[in-house]
Write a new protein. Structure first.
Length: 374
């Protein structure tokens, strides 16, 4: 006799996912859709808030812990509404355990990474929005592999929920800031990214209850998408990866510049700052003898200055992180110091980014999940 499959108490609500698409997950649904899904499963609507409380507030992904739900239904609820989206492949730590890089396998085998960075008074999580990236910036490790696919809202949110769970279990901490500076170009996956921002900023128990101000969306400068984000009126921080003040150089190191020029990208960022009252961050990775000349610091200051006073912007210099096989290398210390001095002399607020995680290839631009190799 063959054993029959365990009987399901709950009817199926979602159709099987389309080829290549991740399964639908609770975090993909709006608050009303979650209630409708529970009702469609023949359950009272209030179960939706019970489930949300477990996932978004307690970060509990184990149905055995959902003791306020009928025991017979817990497994079915989990299987239907909470399909596992991220499978941990590897976790690596450095900086005395304060930096942790996580490698995930998605349902279709695609690999993505996120990085948890603990600071004395906050924890920042750097997350991915796409498997791979299609922007092809030649100094970036992710850019070398091309784009595999967009991540879904729930895949994006799951990275943060997982970070929250790790910290909660460890010492009751929370992820305070999220930066879309992992793999992918967030504004090329606009809908899922904005959906994820909404879920992160929705108060618990329906969302992760984070502050929009703690979320940074970093972009190569997809101008129409920046403009669209300006209209959303969500006060997330915008970071523009400029890396060069002139079109000639930027065409080469940020290839999307051949489509939207420095002037257009900076204008869109300025408009964003004006409308949201959020200071825009200009990312500038310091590359030896490429973009780090003193005259380029002066050019950068004037490109930003002509948009008005300095309240709207600050420059974040990133010492370039080594990418194996790359012809781009990190600027000399003295050139970086001169670059900062020039910007500051012109009154441009400037900071130098720390290089957290570089020894485990977890720093900016080093994420290139190609397998399980150490
Ligand atoms: N696609 C988004 C997010 C990319 S990662 C964007 O372009 O903004 C976040 C930042 O790291 C970007 O500014 C990116 O240009 C930068 N970066 C990429 N490779 C790097 C490297 N090797 N060293 C330092 N920064 C790098």
């Amino acid at each position: 006799m063959t054993e029959s499959a365990p009987t399901r108490t709950l009817p199926l609500v979602f159709a099987a996912p389309k080829k290549g698409k991740p399964p639908t997950h609770w975090a993909d649904l709006g608050v009303d859709e979650r209630k409708e899904a529970v009702v469609a499963a023949g359950q009272p609507a209030f179960r939706a808030s019970q489930l949300s409380k477990h996932w978004f507030e307690r970060f509990s992904h184990d149905p055995a812990d959902w003791t306020d739900l009928p025991a017979a239904l817990r497994q079915d609820f989990a299987a239907e509404f909470f399909p596992p989206l991220l499978q941990e492949v590897k976790a690596q730590t450095c900086d005395n355990g304060d930096t942790e890089k996580l490698l995930w396998r998605l349902h279709d085998g695609a690999l993505v990474e996120s990085v948890l960075m603990k600071y004395p008074n906050r924890t920042t999580m750097c997350i991915s929005s796409q498997a791979g990236c299609g922007m092809a910036c030649p100094f970036c490790a992710t850019g070398k592999g091309g784009l595999q696919r967009n991540m879904s809202t729930a895949e994006i949110v799951s990275q943060v929920a997982d970070g929250m769970r790790r910290l909660a279990v460890r010492d009751g901490g929370r992820v305070n800031n999220v930066v879309f500076m992992g793999m992918g170009e967030p504004l090329a996956n606009y809908k899922a990214v904005l959906g994820a921002v909404r879920v992160m900023t929705t108060p618990a128990p329906d969302g992760l209850g984070m502050s929009a101000r703690g979320i940074t969306v970093s972009t190569v400068g997809l101008v129409p998408a920046i403009n669209k984000m300006t209209e959303e009126g969500i006060p997330v921080t915008l970071a523009l990866s400029l890396h060069a003040p002139d079109d000639e150089l930027r065409d080469e190191i940020v290839p999307i510049n051949t489509r939207w020029k420095v002037g257009e990208a900076v204008d869109a960022a300025w408009e964003y700052a004006k409308r949201t009252k959020r200071r825009v961050s200009i990312e500038y990775a310091m590359m030896k003898d490429i973009n780090d000349q003193a005259y380029r610091a002066d050019m950068l200051a004037s490109v930003l200055k002509r948009r008005g006073d300095w309240g709207w912007v600050h420059v974040n210099l990133i010492p370039l992180n080594d990418v194996p096989g790359s012809r781009f290398t990190r600027s000399r210390d003295e050139d970086m110091a001169e670059f900062v001095r020039r910007l500051e002399a012109k009154g441009v607020p400037t900071t130098i980014r720390d290089t957290r995680g570089d020894e485990i290839d977890a720093a900016c631009g080093q994420l290139a999940a190609t397998g399980e190799k150490a």
